[in-house]
Write a protein that binds this ligand. Sequence first.
Ligand code: ADP
Length: 190
Amino acid sequence: MRIIFIGPPGAGKGTQCKQLVDHLSVPHLSTGDMLREIRSERSSLGRLVASYIDMGRLAPDFLVVRIVEEFLRREQCNSGCMFDGFPRTLLQAQLLGEQLASRDDRISMVLNLDVDEDALVQRLLKRAEIEKRADDNAETIQQRLRVYHRQTSPLLDFYAQRGLVERIDGCQHPTAVFDQILDRVRARMG
Ligand code: ADP
């Protein structure tokens, strides 16, 4: 079972994805977490990654795709995994599709966490106070939302054409959101 979470920054992808990972016991790939790990290294790659993340821009496709390739090679990933924050561009989606197809595999479903823009900004500003993430500040938040609309939201059409998208109302309480997710997953997986 391979599930992709798509939603704007602040929609709750990380939170929901972690819960679903615990529930289904499958490996979790958060490209955001992995990139932050690389960012914290004092290497030239770390500095390159920081220059994208801190500006609210997407890291280069070649780098992200390499991270995902390595992740998928792990044996634990053979029977499924959860993609959190990946793919984020059409090229990433196409390359992921090809990688999976070469193993006779494919995406099972796409969960689209939908939250209105005002609520997103409020959540991200709150997270900025608590977590002190370098990219959670008023300016960068607007930039990440623009990047989401321009580069990532077209993926919803791409996957909808393949009949894979389930829309989830992400404005509710996190437990209600999770219940909705479980319903959709069960309905699809039988
Ligand atoms: P959020 O969804 O709140 O933006 P993430 O942790 O998913 O948080 O991502 C943080 C940052 O990491 C993004 O703004 C981007 O710079 C980078 N990033 C994460 N995933 C990808 C990806 N698939 N492609 C390119 N950049 C990514």
